[in-house]
Design a protein around this ligand. Structure first.
Ligand SMILES: [Ca+2]
Ligand SMILES: [Ca+2]
Length: 363
């Protein structure tokens, strides 16, 4: 029994100490999972280097965890032109292959930084073929769905020799309630899905922009023009309550970087679009109805005294960020609204003939 226990420890000790040392001791030329171009931040631009390194192989890491920390890793045979970074940095999950499996760590560690990060912008807006974001209508109102098409190049000015593209779409989140996910990539021009690494990331409440990138993963660049992707989003439900007059709505593309097989910047111009947010005229104040909802301020319970004239079809409570925190169709006379923070809310009541709104305070 004793000898069995001893050999067990002999077997596990070297493995344990190796893991411990590699996790703790990397100080030079370390890999940070997701930072493929080794500039100190994991973000959508790293997808471009992953595309360049696609299908390359090299030594795997002792520590294949993808947490944001310095990992000891043996150099591979190739180097990127960007930062002269070794290809091992593209192998986020440390398995010895640069492939689709490495894209997830970029998302998991998105916008994490280390000491190498200088804050230098990675994208630009230099004149070249256009990257255009266009809105499907000239005006929108409360709760409407907006479709944004993103198009790269034109018949007169196509892109040439493109290996990958990264950019951000500023959607002015003050007016946006929800981005409908997943976004829809268009495989007509940029290639079939199997030839691409695709990436998108939006962090509501943190960023006004959705970050996108795609990279060819088979070493073959593309030429041409056309739609590359469609984004749908929903305008806030309480637009009419917050504003008395039409608001300008602007979307912008920014921080664009398109690269060729040598990782040279292809110089692409960002183009945005504008529309008007029309304040709906059919939303009335609840106090103008004979529906009574109380108390206000409330704690956990709202009492509804319906009108004999109108049938309530839906009740929604929306927070000051435009997020629906409670909704109920065919509500009963007493509804419980638990587990929401104290603060100001908008109560929306939809009846079979009207829409009403009222400010409510949760205590
Ligand atoms: Ca990076
Ligand atoms: Ca890998």
């Amino acid at each position: 029994m004793k000898s069995l226990k001893t050999s067990f420890f002999l077997l596990i000790m070297p493995l344990w100490s190796l893991t411990f040392l590699t996790a703790q001791d990397c100080t030079n030329f370390c890999v940070w999972p997701g930072d493929a171009n080794n500039n100190g931040i994991a973000n959508h631009f790293d997808v471009l280097q992953l595309g360049i390194a696609s299908e390359a192989t090299g030594p795997f890491r002792a520590d294949e965890n993808v947490d944001w920390s310095a990992k000891e890793a043996v150099d591979w045979n190739q180097f990127f032109n960007t930062n002269n970074a070794n290809y091992k940095h593209a192998d986020a999950n440390g398995d010895g292959f640069a492939d689709i499996g490495d894209i997830y760590a970029i998302g998991d560690n998105f916008n994490q930084t280390n000491d190498l990060y200088t804050g230098a912008p990675e994208g630009n807006n230099i004149e070249g073929p256009d990257l255009t974001a266009s809105l499907n209508f000239n005006s929108y109102t409360d709760g409407e769905t907006v479709t944004i098409d993103i198009t790269l190049g034109s018949p007169e000015n196509p892109v040439e020799n493109l290996m990958g593209l990264a950019f951000s779409l500023d959607i002015d989140t003050a007016y946006v309630q929800q981005v409908i996910e997943p976004v829809t990539w268009d495989f007509g021009f940029i290639g079939p899905e199997e030839d691409l690494f695709l990436f998108d990331k939006w962090e509501p409440g943190i960023s006004d922009a959705i970050d996108f990138s795609f990279a060819r993963n088979n070493g073959v660049p593309i030429n041409g023009y056309g739609r590359i992707l469609t984004v749908q989003l929903v305008i806030i439900d309480d637009l009419s309550l917050r504003f008395n007059e039409p608001q300008p709505y602007e979307i912008k593309i920014k921080d664009v970087l398109g690269i060729d097989p040598n990782e040279t910047d292809l110089l692409i111009t960002a183009q945005g679009d504008e529309a008007t947010l029309q304040v709906a005229t059919n939303v009335k104040n609840l106090s103008d109805s004979d529906i009574k909802i109380h108390p206000n301020p409330f704690q956990d319970v709202l009492i509804i005294e319906p009108s004999s004239e109108e049938k309530i079809e839906e009740i929604k409570l929306i927070d000051s960020f435009g997020k629906v925190v409670f909704s109920q169709t065919s509500p009963t006379q007493k509804i419980e609204i638990l587990a929401i923070p104290v603060g100001m809310y908008f109560l929306y009541v939809k009846t079979h003939k009207n829409h009403y709104v009222q400010k409510m305070v949760k205590r």
